[in-house]
Design a protein around this ligand. Structure first.
Ligand SMILES: Nc1ncnc2c1ncn2[C@@H]1O[C@H](COP(=O)(O)OP(=O)(O)OP(=O)(O)O)[C@@H](O)[C@H]1O
Length: 293
């Protein structure tokens, strides 16, 4: 479990990026931070692995204040997937994925083998292993980014707009992959996006920010949709709701949100991981070669 307790972050130039922020992020769930540009989402994400430290308040992982942990080992134990995949252009795919394990002293042969397994996990052909990032499509690069985040075998995976730079169809595939990975690998995922549609699709818990790092509302997609806290949330959510005509569909695994095209848009209740898995297989078409569960 990750817990933020009354966290404020003021940068040296006086910018208050996050103000009095409290949140519990349960283990093995996907929590999505959503809001417009500059609302403090990345700053919050980076406080989990000490790329940024709070000015006041505390961030705890499993009851331990992160300030008592050394930044470098902490960073190497938490997966971090960046916007635009953050790949090193001069390194081959397999070496990009193996970077942190190698830094941690894993033998080169073992790191390569693990990297190849991770390529399988994220749906990348092994034939791409010795290519350079510039030789891959945007979607493939994002998959390498996810594999790179998973390569440290983390309990926690931080994802900062990881699917922002790809077209809607690939984005959809990547979202499905993430839901499948979350089901199979049981990670605690903290996911940042500015897209409410993506937030409702992926998040068991969704936190909506207004400018100045202030929480406008947090809850499950259904709680937020059923009861927007104020006009800001209503308009933030409303545009999307109108566009996608979200509605509730009953499945054996629980109630799920689907859009007007029958695509999964989030899970309402019940066991989250299982329900999300069911959402993908009940409402969405399974990917080629993937067994419908
Ligand atoms: N190192 C820094 N020094 C000063 N101000 C900063 C620094 N990093 C971020 N900020 C400011 O803090 C605020 C929050 O930034 P942050 O990157 O957390 O927002 P965000 O919601 O992730 O935005 P985006 O969606 O555009 O990535 C912004 O006003 C930003 O300019």
């Amino acid at each position: 479990m990750i817990e933020f307790r009354s966290v404020t972050k003021q940068f040296p130039d006086g910018t208050v990026a996050v103000k009095d922020f409290s949140l519990v992020i349960p283990s093995r769930t996907i929590t999505v931070l959503v809001g417009s540009s500059g609302s403090g989402k990345t700053t919050i994400l980076r406080m989990i692995n000490r790329m940024v430290d709070p000015t006041s308040g505390s961030v705890e992982i499993d009851g331990e204040d992160v300030m008592t942990l050394k930044p470098v080992p902490l960073r190497r134990s938490i997966g971090y997937v960046m916007q635009n995949s953050g790949l090193l252009p001069h390194r081959k795919v397999v070496d990009n994925i193996a970077t942190v394990p190698l830094l941690r002293g894993v033998k080169k042969k073992d790191a390569r083998e693990r990297a190849l397994e991770l390529m399988d996990d994220v749906g990348l052909e092994r034939s791409l292993a010795d290519k350079y990032p510039s030789q891959l499509s945007g979607g493939q690069q994002q998959r390498v980014g996810v594999a790179r985040g998973l390569a440290v075998d983390p309990n926690i995976l931080l994802m900062d707009e990881p699917f922002g730079a790809v077209d809607p169809i690939v984005r959809d595939e990547l979202q499905n992959e993430l839901l499948r990975l979350q089901r199979d690998l049981d990670k605690t995922v903290v996911f940042v996006t500015h897209d409410i549609d993506e937030a409702f699709r992926l998040g068991e818990q969704v936190v909506i920010f207004r400018k100045g790092g202030i929480v406008a509302q947090k809850g499950t997609p259904s709680e937020i949709l059923a009861n927007p806290a104020d006009d800001f949330v209503a308009s933030f959510v409303g545009a999307d709701r109108g566009k996608r005509a979200l509605h509730i569909e009953k499945t054996p695994a629980g109630d799920v949100l689907v859009d007007s095209e029958g695509r999964p848009a989030g899970v309402l209740s019940g066991a989250p991981a299982e329900a999300k898995a069911a959402t993908v297989s009940v409402v969405g078409a399974p990917a080629q070669g993937e067994e419908a569960s």
